[in-house]
Structures are given as structure tokens and as C-alpha cells.
Design a protein around this ligand. Structure first.
Ligand code: ADP
Length: 500
């Protein structure tokens, strides 16, 4: 048995998997962010550890498994941010998370001084730098809370902190180091990046970097008392949540495409080398076992579907199975939604991969009096599917199947549509906790149960459903995609004209 632990922004999850990777049990508990100024994102660090211990205890209690049956533990979680510990292992301030934007002014100022800043960061990391990344947050602390950095002994991230509490071992993994930002080629921190952000004096606080599929240490006596785990159980380094999810979906072969269709929608392709193109909005995730994933994250994910459900179909939203009812309604309209198209960029955050346009907004196109609600709802599903194709085309196209995970993968109707729209088979893996599974696979390799992550991913992948692209709807979707592209361009063009 392996235990995978996933430290999310608002929920801690854990799953127990058997040797073949089948999920035996899962548990989770929600957490609240601390109240903080707008744009800040902070957690109560000690409460996070306590929540993790309750989730693990609850999982063990619920299953009745002997903790001694757990051969290894892997940890994943939200990446980057700053968890600053002093020499007595106390958190010096509430941890700052990946989605914190307090460094905006500072980064704007650095960029005004050095217009090459963002492209210089990209040149090493292969990712657009996000404000909540470890180094920009450290730069903010250096200016605004220098005492924290002066008293800090370690700067950790969420999963590194939980692993530290379990084992006493200070470490981070390659995915965190590259995203800090660091270097995607060396899969490590990069001194040049710290210099760009003016914090070269503080890099010694960052943790040593290790491969995700190696051992960090073992559960200490104190952690065993807190969690119910057996002292001495091996704990692997693990990896960031995106990479763990990819591993949990069994995706490790170069060329394999992955879509995580959750509140946001991540689309990626696995490579066996660091690829730095395309630049716009690209994120290059380091996947353990010498893999990289070039990705585009689109803010238009299932939140857009939730919007359609609540605003267009409150009657269905109030029912027992709202998503099934929504899918059934959309199916009343044919592929191509009778000519209605929907540009799905509702969010104000400005990220509409594969472009950035802060003022872009969503919209229906082509509405005529004969159109019905079913056409509009279908257009929403299709708009999100076209956005997935748009991202994959920016990455260079899909040459394999797409492994589809996240809440959207629960819809066979939508899964089939994504296959039809992209022209690639869509494979939905068995299981629910893919992040925890990916972390557990790191542990399985670290303790030697599998020779490599290649082997572990292949041996533990189980297919729940596969959707072949159908020739039948291809024509309607090609026309729909062309309308979607025209609609996106028109929206961007109009905005630009208004701005001019
Ligand atoms: P998160 O990104 O927050 O982890 P999930 O991946 O768990 O989210 O996805 C949750 C979302 O999945 C829900 O908000 C909902 O929009 C969507 N969802 C859930 N069930 C279905 C379904 N059957 N069909 C389509 N979408 C669904």
C-alpha cells in the first residue's frame, strides 16, 4: 500500500493505493484562507499541518488498514509561495501562496528598470513568472518585511513544509525549483534568476533540490504520534501538484497530451527535453523521471460551465444531477450548435491562453430568433472544447491521445466532444485523486517497488473510458472552430480598437 497526500489551496486530500495503483480509499478536509488584503493569499500554516494530520488519521481509521502496511508515502501540493521557518522550526508569518499578487508593484518597477526582465526569466525557466512564485515573494519580503528573511532559516513551500513536519528533512523538488523561477534545463534554482529579482543574498534559504522519485526520509516518532502513521515509514520527495496529476494520469511517454479540465483548464504535452517555445503564456512544468510538460493554462474552465448552469439553467441547477441534466440539454442541439458560438473568456484575470488580453470578455455569436437555450448551452461546452484545441495548437498540436482528468472528465458527452473537436482520442483514467496517486507513485519508485516512473506509470494506468474522434461531427466542428477563432479575434480586435 502507498499513501499519497495532496496539499491544495483550499483542501487537503489523501489517498491509499494498492501496489497496482488502484485507489483503495480517500479522505479530504477543506481549509479556509486567512482574511487578508485584496490580492493577498495566505494560509494558517500550523492549521494546515493539523488538517493534514486529521486527514491521514481519518483515512487510516476509515479503512482500518494497519499503518505498517503502508510501504511508502509521497507528497504533492500547490507549488511555490513562501513558508518561512525560523531556527526553532516556527513559521515566521502566515505562509504566502502561489496565487498571491502582492509583488505586482515590485515586479512592475523592476520591469520598468529592466524591460528584459520577463523574457530573461522565461529564457531560463520556460514559464511566465507568476507573482506568487517563491522568488518574487521573497523579493517583496526583502523590501517590506526584511525581519522575516533575516530570521528565516528555511524557505519552504506547502508540500515541503508538510514533508518537513513528517520527516524532519529539508528538501524541495525539481518542479518547484524551476517554477521559483529557476532553470528548466538544470531542473534546479538558478542564481541568475535571484539576481534579476535582487535577492541573491537570500538564496541560501532555499532548500536543496532532489528528484521527486527519491527518498526524503522517514516518518519521525513525533509525526507518527500526530498522524497515526508508523514511525520509520519511508517518505519520498514527491512533486508539484500539476506534475503529480500528470503522473497519476499515467502520462509519462513523450508526446502524450494531458488536459486537466477543472475550474481552470490546463493543457499540456510531455517532452523528454526542456522546450522553451511558445513563449506567450506557456508554462513548462518539470515532471519527475526526466520529463517536461509544455502547457497552456486557460482560465476558461468548468467555472464557465457553472456560470451557464446557474444563469441559463437555474431550473437544472436546482435538480439532483445538474451536470447530467445540462449535458442532456446540450445534446438536444447538434454538433456546431446550429451556428451559435461562444467565446468563453468570462474571467477578469486576463489570461486567455494562448493570448493575454486583460479586457477580453465572453460572448455568444450568431444568435438568431430560432435559437433555443439548448443551442446556447451546447455553444458553451463547444467554446471550452475549442479553447482546448486552441491551446494545443499553440503548443504544437496533439499527436497522441489526450488524457482527460478534472471535474469535466465526469461528462462522457463533453469527453466525446473534446475528441471530436481536437481530432485526438480522449482517454479518461480510472480513479479520482490523481495528484495523490502521482505522489504515491514517486514513493513506489523511491522504495524500489518499480525501477522507474516510466514503469510505474505504465503498470498502474487503468483506463475508465476512451472516446474516439468521430468523422461524423468533424465538419460541423471545423466550421465551429473557425467561428470560435473569428469570434476571439473579433473580440480582441474590437477591444484593441476601443483602447486605441
Ligand atoms: P478543481 O479545479 O477545483 O479541483 P474539479 O476538477 O474537482 O475542480 O472540478 C470541479 C468542477 O467540475 C465543478 O465545478 C463542475 O463545474 C465540473 N463538473 C463536475 N461534474 C461534472 C460533469 N458531470 N460534467 C461537467 N462538468 C462537471
Amino acid at each position: 500500500m502507498y499513501l499519497g497526500i495532496d496539499i491544495g489551496t483550499s483542501v487537503i486530500k489523501a489517498a491509499l493505493l494498492d501496489r497496482d495503483g488502484h485507489q483503495q480509499a480517500e479522505a479530504s478536509e477543506r481549509m479556509s484562507l486567512l482574511e487578508a488584503p485584496i490580492g493577498w493569499s495566505e494560509l494558517d500554516g500550523e492549521a494546515t499541518w493539523e488538517t493534514a494530520t486529521r486527514v491521514i488519521r481519518g483515512l487510516l481509521r476509515q479503512t482500518g488498514f494497519d499503518p505498517a502496511a503502508i510501504r511508502g508515502i509521497g507528497i504533492t501540493g500547490v507549488m511555490v509561495g513562501v513558508w518561512a521557518l525560523d531556527e526553532n522550526d516556527r513559521l515566521l508569518r502566515p505562509p504566502i501562496l502561489w496565487n498571491d499578487a502582492r509583488a505586482q508593484d515590485l515586479v512592475d518597477r523592476l520591469q520598468a528598470e529592466n524591460p528584459d526582465l520577463i523574457s530573461a526569466v522565461f529564457a531560463h525557466s520556460g514559464s511566465v513568472m507568476q507573482l506568487g512564485c517563491t522568488l518574487p515573494v521573497m523579493a517583496w519580503l526583502a523590501e517590506n518585511e526584511p525581519d522575516v528573511l533575516a530570521r528565516a532559516r528555511h524557505i519552504l513551500t506547502a508540500k515541503d513544509f508538510i514533508r518537513y513536519r513528517l520527516t524532519g528533512a529539508v528538501a524541495t523538488d525539481e518542479s518547484e525549483a524551476a517554477m521559483a523561477p529557476g532553470s528548466a534545463t538544470t531542473r534546479d534554482f538558478h542564481p541568475g534568476q535571484a539576481a534579476l529579482l535582487g535577492i541573491e543574498d537570500h538564496v541560501h534559504l532555499l532548500s536543496p533540490v532532489a528528484r521527486g522519485e527519491t527518498l526524503a526520509g522517514a516518518v519521525t516518532e513525533a509525526a507518527a504520534r500526530a498522524t497515526g502513521l508508523k514511525a520509520g515509514t519511508p517518505v519520498a520527495i514527491g512533486t508539484g501538484d500539476t506534475s503529480a496529476c500528470v503522473l497519476g494520469a499515467g502520462a509519462h511517454e513523450p508526446g502524450q497530451a494531458v488536459t486537466v479540465l477543472g475550474t481552470t483548464c490546463l493543457n499540456g504535452v510531455i517532452f523528454d527535453r526542456a522546450v522553451y517555445e511558445p513563449r506567450d503564456l506557456g508554462l513548462l512544468f518539470i515532471v519527475p523521471g526526466e520529463r517536461w510538460m509544455k502547457s497552456m493554462v486557460n482560465v476558461a474552465g468548468t467555472t464557465v460551465l457553472d456560470w451557464a448552469l446557474e444563469t441559463l439553467c437555474p431550473d437544472l441547477a436546482a435538480g439532483d444531477a445538474p451536470y447530467e441534466a445540462l449535458g442532456a440539454l446540450a445534446e438536444q442541439s447538434p454538433a456546431g450548435a446550429n451556428g451559435v458560438s461562444f467565446v468563453p473568456y468570462l474571467s477578469a484575470s486576463g489570461v486567455i491562453a494562448p493570448r493575454i488580453e486583460p479586457k477580453a470578455r465572453a460572448g455568444f455569436n450568431g444568435l438568431a430568433p430560432h435559437h433555443r437555450r439548448a443551442d446556447m448551452v451546447r455553444a458553451v461546452y463547444e467554446g471550452l472544447a475549442y479553447a482546448i484545441r486552441d491551446c494545443f495548437e499553440a503548443i504544437g498540436g496533439v499527436k497522441s491521445s489526450i488524457r482527460l482528468v478534472g471535474g469535466g472528465a465526469r461528462s462522457p458527452f463533453w469527453s466525446q466532444m473534446i475528441a471530436d473537436v481536437t481530432g485526438a482520442p480522449v482517454e479518461v483514467p480510472e480513479g479520482t485523486q490523481f495528484g495523490a496517486k502521482g505522489a504515491a507513485l514517486c514513493a513506489a519508485v523511491a522504495i524500489g517497488d518499480y525501477a522507474s516512473l516510466d514503469e510505474a506509470c505504465a503498470a498502474t494506468f487503468a483506463l475508465k473510458a476512451r472516446f474516439e474522434p468521430s468523422a461524423e461531427s468533424r465538419k460541423a466542428y471545423e466550421a465551429g472552430f473557425a467561428r470560435f477563432k473569428a469570434g476571439s479575434e473579433a473580440a480582441l480586435g474590437v477591444l484593441k480598437a476601443v483602447a486605441d
